[in-house]
Design a protein around this ligand. Structure first.
Ligand code: ATP
Ligand code: MG
Length: 143
């Protein structure tokens, strides 16, 4: 079993796509381990996306991520990291395949509805920005 971390971004929050996105994720076989509304500060967004700080879109990305509360989550499934990246789709929703979350719910390469961890190392770093260990609920027989 593997874990991944995701964020439903401000555009999808404002368009009220969060319910449909969580339903798509559940229907794709993921268990929900943690879920939290969180309004990023500029400082926290800059830290979270630090690897992009020299990119031309960095300022736009930070402003966009702070527009509204986002919904952060931890999910579990076999091969969760790669499978969830595939479910999320290409960074640019216009290039994302049909049935991917970005194709269905994203606007453009900036406002692309959802973030997904891209590796186990990213997952290990990212979930800690938003959760403590005792806020995660590991699967039992009821799930
Ligand atoms: P994420 O890390 O959010 O899951 P990703 O891994 O598909 O997305 P990255 O290259 O890590 O893509 O870019 C991080 C985020 O920065 C993108 O999801 C998008 O919101 C924004 N972004 C990326 N490229 C551009 C661009 N060319 N113009 C504007 N914003 C961009
Ligand atoms: Mg990325």
């Amino acid at each position: 079993m593997q874990y991944s971390f995701g964020i439903i971004k401000p555009d999808a929050m404002q368009k009220k796509h969060y319910g449909k996105i969580l339903d798509d994720i559940a229907c794709a076989g993921y268990k929900l381990i943690g879920l939290k509304l969180f309004h990023l500060t500029e400082e926290k967004a800059k830290n979270f996306y630090a690897k992009h700080e020299n990119k031309p879109f960095f300022d736009e990305l930070i402003q966009y991520m702070c527009l509204s509360p986002v919904l952060c989550f931890v999910i579990q499934k076999e091969n969760a990291i790669n499978d969830f990246r595939a479910l999320v789709g290409n960074t640019d929703p216009k290039l994302a395949e049909k049935n991917t979350l970005r194709h269905k719910y994203g606007q453009d390469v900036s406002a692309n509805a959802i973030h997904a961890s891209d590796s186990e190392a990213s997952f290990d770093r990212e979930w800690r920005f938003f959760f403590t260990e005792n806020e995660l609920y590991f699967p039992n027989d009821l799930q």
